[in-house]
Design a protein around this ligand. Structure first.
Ligand code: PMV
Length: 360
């Protein structure tokens, strides 16, 4: 598919005066990371993620035929009017309006909330943008003569990508690939696709316990971080390595080799942060407690031979990934040894989920 396939035509807005849609969309955690992009949110390399379940955004989009020429929108977050969120959403609407021209005919009220604390350091842009994209697609479906599910979800992912790259992986579950990769069937730079190859039962019901090391706002946004990959001395090697890691993880997901999984996933997390530490200007998003947790995990693995591994987002929080049959031992380890490193002892128990859900 090309970008042109996502430009909607022949829509009849005369039948639709007002309405509202609510979508619940999950966050996701990348196993092979996206870090570096081309124009229009096209990724420099393929990425793959687990869709989460407990960390989600719930968004209602109310729409009514616009009152004046200009059109308007309001945003409420957790019950409060949030004008500071407007620029990001305005940019999103601006980017997608060429693909969804009907948007210019309505006024909107967006009401949103997250299941995780707003200041937890968990990126809410993935779940937030995917929720909004799905609400927009629900309107488009209503005024289209026909739309098959496949197109609905592909275009939702395509639109979400224009809001925040990784958001395109927050539509479907439970494993999603984004980026054109020769070994992944139907993969695309334009939208995320469900990983359709065989997945070993070891990866079913996989857990992600998120240790909230630093609940504050990030010092460097991912937008700036992506830009710093432009003149990065190691960028080309990194993009190549990510493509190779996708090929490797595809085999690992099939074979169920948890040791090999740990190797790739932890290396990807540390490589992401090495890119930050070696860009110009350089920066560090990990905190001392991030490293303490990593060392504890390595000790724990040596002692127990279990398969607990970690990954990191663009922040200090640590995601603990482990299979269902090790959850008792890991839970004990988290409570006894790791929560002392979390801010206010906060952590979130999440697991791999099934993707976004329409609530009305
Ligand atoms: O979607 P963005 O622009 O916020 O970038 C997200 C980048 C990482 O979370 C660090 C990696 C990833 O693939 O999710």
């Amino acid at each position: 598919m090309t970008e042109k396939d996502f430009i909607s035509t022949n829509l009849d807005t005369s039948i639709l005066k007002e309405g509202k849609y609510t979508w619940k969309t999950p966050s996701n955690i990348a196993l092979v990371k996206y870090w570096g992009k081309k124009k229009n949110q096209i990724p420099e390399n393929t990425s793959i993620s687990f869709t989460l379940d407990a960390c989600f955004t719930l968004t209602t989009l109310e729409f009514s035929k616009k009152q004046n020429e200009k059109g308007s929108f309001e945003i409420y977050f957790e019950g409060e009017k949030k004008d500071e969120f407007k620029p990001k959403v305005a940019t999103f609407f601006e980017r997608i309006k060429g693909y969804c021209p009907f948007l210019t005919e309505y006024d909107f009220v967006i009401k949103s909330r997250n299941s995780f604390p707003h200041s937890s350091g968990i990126a809410s842009s993935a779940s937030g943008m995917s929720a909004l994209a799905l609400c927009v697609m629900s309107i488009e479906r209503l005024i289209s003569t026909e739309m098959i599910d496949d197109y609905f979800y592909k275009k939702a992912s395509f639109l979400a990508r224009l809001g925040s790259g990784s958001a395109c992986r927050s539509i479907k579950g439970s494993i999603v690939v984004w980026g054109d990769h020769k070994e992944i069937k139907d993969s695309s730079n334009l939208f995320g696709v469900e990983f359709s190859s065989e997945v070993h039962s070891n990866f079913k019901n996989f857990h992600d316990t998120i240790l909230l090391v630093d609940e504050g706002e990030k010092q460097v946004s991912s937008t700036v971080g992506h830009q710093l990959m432009y003149n990065h001395p190691y960028a080309q090697e990194r993009f190549k390595q990510a493509e190779e890691n996708i090929s490797k993880i595809k085999e690992i997901l099939k074979s169920g080799d948890l040791k090999a999984f740990t190797n790739i996933v932890e290396s990807e997390a540390l490589t992401l942060h090495s890119m930050m530490m070696t860009s110009k200007p350089y920066f560090i998003l990990m905190k001392p407690n991030t490293l303490k947790i990593i060392n504890k995990i390595w000790e724990f693995r040596k002692e127990t031979n279990l398969n607990l591994c970690f990954t990191l987002d663009a922040g200090a929080n640590v995601h603990l990934l482990y299979p269902e049959n090790e959850k008792e031992e890991v839970s004990e380890f988290v409570i006894n040894e790791l929560i002392q490193f979390c801010q206010n002892n906060h952590y979130i128990c999440d697991r791999v989920g099934l993707g976004a859900k329409l609530l009305n």
